[in-house]
Design a protein around this ligand. Structure first.
Ligand code: URA
Length: 426
């Protein structure tokens, strides 16, 4: 077999055989297929698609490129959640301890942010002492001690995806549903969770801008998980506006701790509880403790403190703060009609909360705190949001990103419901 034959087949809209897919993934991981050949194939897939059988084979081949973790010796079922990424999406932080407090283990391998969406590991790393890199044995130790572990995926897990994702990032081939679905699901299946809830975001701040595109991605991923023996469901949720009121690493940790203390913004609490119920049902933990109760009675907070301490973090430490702030005021009185998620994410990124290249550091204190959400009444001159940055020189570019991103008017513009739909295996 050779790479040119496989590239030509997909270029000419053909269907790749299982043998071709197994060969090309294996040869690419081992270096026999060059980056430029894989880029051409990725572009052909982006343009011409893959059918369900091809996507399943592609996913399985990427899983086989590395190790597959196994939690079957644990005495409780495992459940995980994956979000396709959004602005202010800190849900993993309260969710993992809530689910642990309700009776399932949560083994979550997570990532760092790139572009306008933040990464869970960057948020947790703002807690002094907290360590993202754990060996498999350490992961097991944290799971046993706290019921939940959130850490970086080691290099042994789906190495084919690691290589391919970096290539797609620089060749304009990220936005392909077959490639996104197989990339996410190869890592989640290799992680060894027994059940998985996918939070597929929809709107300007998400990968998927429309409900039909998000539904197609969700259906593809649910089918991949189900076929691999992982009980998988997906929720389509709103990302046309930011989630919660905090966007930025330490700012989002603070908001998560508020939720774990029984407070916090209503949308963050609602989504945490909804996803937790889905995870517990998928894991078969019922009737267990209700997630809303775990937030109220402090048991989720206890699990959070154990989880952070077990990874070297100090749950009582003062979090980093940016040195400078700037307040944006309401331009008139009325209702905050609109607040665009992508613009807020881009502004937070320009303030230093995100990175341009994967080796760049992030500013833990940088970001945005929203004082009003769409639908809230505001008065002329009232603070709408506070920008946080380490240097005042960052404010101008952040303000540019926010131009036209919000409007005050007589009524709120139409927006997506927080939970738009639920997708299960047929
Ligand atoms: N996240 C992933 O892990 N892979 C993709 O392709 C897109 C988002």
């Amino acid at each position: 077999m050779d790479a040119i034959e496989v590239i030509r087949a997909k270029r000419d809209r053909g269907e790749l055989s299982t043998a071709q897919i197994d060969w090309v993934i294996d040869a690419y991981t081992g270096g026999a297929v060059a980056d430029e050949q894989m880029s051409a194939l990725a572009m052909a897939i982006l343009l011409n698609g893959m059918n369900r059988r091809e996507i399943a084979d592609w996913t399985q081949a990427m899983i086989r490129s590395g190790e597959r973790m196994d939690w079957s010796l644990l005495d409780r079922p495992t459940a995980d959640k994956h979000s396709t990424g959004g602005v202010g999406d800190k849900i993993t932080l309260p969710l993992a301890p809530v689910v642990a407090a309700c009776g399932a283990y949560v083994p979550q391998l997570s990532g760092r942010g790139l572009g306008h969406t933040g990464g869970t590991l960057d948020k947790l790393e703002s807690i002094p002492g907290w360590r993202a890199s754990l060996s498999n044995d350490e992961m097991l130790g944290v799971l046993r001690a706290a019921g939940a572990v959130v850490c970086a995926a080691g290099s042994g897990l789906a190495p084919a995806d690691k290589k391919l994702y970096a290539l797609r990032d620089v060749t304009g081939t990220v936005e392909s549903i077959p490639l996104i679905a197989s990339s996410i699901m190869s890592k989640k299946i290799a992680e060894g969770t027994g059940s998985l809830v996918l939070d597929v975001k929809v709107g300007s701040g998400a990968f998927m801008k429309t409900v039909p595109a998000a539904r197609e991605l969700a259906e593809t991923m649910v089918a991949l998980g189900t076929d691999a023996g992982v009980r998988t469901v997906a929720l389509l949720t709103a990302m046309d506006r930011p989630l919660g009121r905090a966007v930025g690493n330490a700012l989002e940790v603070e908001e998560s701790v508020e939720v774990l203390s029984g407070g916090g913004p209503a949308d963050v609490v609602e989504l945490t509880v909804r996803l937790a119920r889905e995870m517990l049902a998928a894991a078969g933990v019922s009737p267990g403790k209700d997630p809303a109760k775990a937030l109220e009675d402090g048991s989720a907070m206890d699990a959070w403190r154990r989880m952070i301490s077990a990874q070297g973090g100090d749950p009582d430490a003062v979090l980093p703060r940016a040195a400078e702030t700037l307040t944006v005021q309401a331009p008139s009185s009325g209702v905050l009609a609109r607040l665009d998620a992508y613009a807020v994410g881009l502004a937070a990124w320009r303030l230093g909360a995100g990175r341009a290249r994967k080796e760049d550091p992030v500013s833990f204190g940088a970001g945005i705190v929203l004082h009003a959400k769409p639908g809230d009444l505001v008065r002329d001159g009232q603070p709408l949001m506070t920008l946080h940055a380490d240097e005042t020189s960052r404010f101008d570019r952040a303000l540019e990103a926010l131009e036209g991103a919000y409007a005050v008017g007589p009524a709120a513009e139409e927006h997506l419901p927080l939970v738009i739909d639920r997708v299960t295996a047929p």
